[in-house]
Design a protein. Structure first.
Length: 285
């Protein structure tokens, strides 16, 4: 019996799993060190008007400058950061840095209306009782107007903490901070909560945008999301636009804003400087 168990155990706990667990533990230790040493950077992806092709703002996207592995994408560490709670200090660092940088760009490149900054807020961070206080402090320290800040949250945030989330959203609205629903369409209850929360824009998830070119199967869905948003007086931003075909369909469907590689990948702050200074508006072939 013991032998059988030992064998079974041996089969389940194979070497590849061992190395996965060890890797995860190593990643967690690295991430803790990264928070202490502030090994993060913020990259910025333009959000563009589909009427003028002008940049209206940027989304702040965190990267981790790992001493051995180089620049690590958030896809590889955000979920671990959430599980370990490290997303809270990381998130505040990103928020502060993004607000500081946007204020600097606004002063350097005055535009009417002013450029805005969109920052992703994770579920864990959204539950922090002092979130409002922290945001208030960051805006005060950096000099950024609340109306220039947009917080991107997903419906998970709303579903996991319905009561406190509602209260939080109302306070943010009172402060004049816009709320954008990220990754819209891929969740479970997208439609039912829409009218209950004071959001000012929906970001159509990239997985839908991929299939809207020439007879793409998601065109009707995207059309429906846009119509719904318009009837609720909510703005729409299409994520992950890569082709001219996708862009044309979105324009036909009266989607006002887009973000994607067709305009630009996320850029470091120096490249954004050059971009704002030189190529407003975008020119596409
Ligand atoms: P997201 O908020 O939905 O951000 C959009 C993601 O799509 C970004 O990936 C962006 O680089 C990518 N993207 C934009 N346009 C295109 C395109 O045309 N083609 C393709 N293939 N991809 C495109 P990124 O930077 O890797 O971030 C992934 C996710 O990590 C974000 O998805 C967000 O959920 C999370 N994240 C990033 N930064 C932060 C942060 O500071 N805090 C939190 N809580 N989450 C973050
Ligand atoms: Mg986002
Ligand atoms: Mg998104
Ligand atoms: Mg997404």
């Amino acid at each position: 019996r013991a032998k059988a168990l030992g064998k079974a155990r041996h089969e389940i706990f194979d070497f590849s799993m061992y190395s996965q667990a060890a890797q995860l533990l190593q990643l967690e230790m690295d991430l803790r060190r990264a928070v202490e040493r502030q090994e993060f950077q913020v990259h910025y992806q333009p959000i563009v008007s589909l009427e003028t092709y002008k940049i209206i703002g940027f989304e702040a996207l965190v990267r981790w400058q790992h001493p051995q592995h180089g620049l690590v994408s958030p896809e590889r560490f955000i979920s671990l950061a959430e599980e370990t709670g490290l997303i809270v200090p990381i998130g505040y660092w990103v928020l502060r840095e993004a607000c500081r940088q946007m204020r600097a760009w606004q002063l350097e490149f005055p535009a009417h209306p002013p450029l805005t900054i969109s920052v992703n807020i994770s579920s864990k961070q959204f539950c922090q009782p002092n979130l409002i206080e922290q945001i208030h402090q960051i805006l005060q320290d950096t000099g950024l107007e609340a109306s220039s800040l947009k917080l991107e949250i997903t419906e998970t945030v709303l579903m996991e903490n319905y009561e406190s989330a509602t209260a939080m959203l109302l306070q943010l609205q009172e402060m004049n901070i816009q709320l954008h629903l990220d990754d819209f369409g891929i969740g479970y209850s997208s439609l039912s909560y829409l009218h209950r929360f004071p959001s000012s824009a929906l970001k159509i998830d990239r997985s839908f945008v991929i299939n809207i070119g020439a007879n793409g199967k998601n065109l009707e869905i995207v059309q429906a999301i846009i119509s719904l948003a318009h009837s609720l007086n909510i703005d729409v931003i299409a994520e992950g636009v890569e082709t001219m075909d996708q862009l044309r369909q979105l324009q036909i469907k009266k989607c006002k804003h887009a973000q994607g590689y067709i305009f630009s990948q996320p850029l470091d702050s120096q490249s954004v400087d050059t971009l704002i200074a030189s190529s407003l508006p975008f020119k596409l072939n």
